[in-house]
Design a protein. Structure first.
Length: 83
C-alpha cells in the first residue's frame, strides 16, 4: 500500500504494525479470505512506488498530496491466512 504519512492509518500502523486484510467474493458472501500479519514500512520519498500504483489505476497520487507531504510503502507480511 502507498499511504500518505499524514493519514491516521499510517500513524496507526507505525504505532502497531499488526494488520489484516479481508476480502469477500461479491457473488458469494460465504467465500472469503483474511490475511493477518505485520507490515513492513519503507519510505517512498521519491514517489517511485506511488507512481506505479497511480499508473495502474489511471490516477496521480502526487496530485492527491499537499505540498511537503510524503508517502510510505506498507507491505503486509502474512502470518496467517484464513479461507
Amino acid at each position: 500500500m502507498s499511504i500518505n504519512t499524514t493519514r491516521q492509518k499510517a500513524k496507526n500502523l507505525e504505532r502497531d504494525p499488526s494488520c489484516s486484510a479481508f476480502f469477500m467474493d461479491p457473488d458469494n458472501p460465504y467465500r472469503t479470505v483474511e490475511i493477518r500479519g505485520q507490515v513492513d514500512i519503507e519510505p517512498d520519498a521519491d514517489y517511485a512506488f506511488a507512481d506505479k500504483v497511480g499508473a495502474r489505476y489511471g490516477a496521480s497520487l502526487r496530485k492527491m498530496d499537499s505540498e511537503g507531504e510524503t508517502r510510505m510503502i506498507f507491505t503486509l507480511k502474512s502470518d496467517k491466512v484464513i479461507t
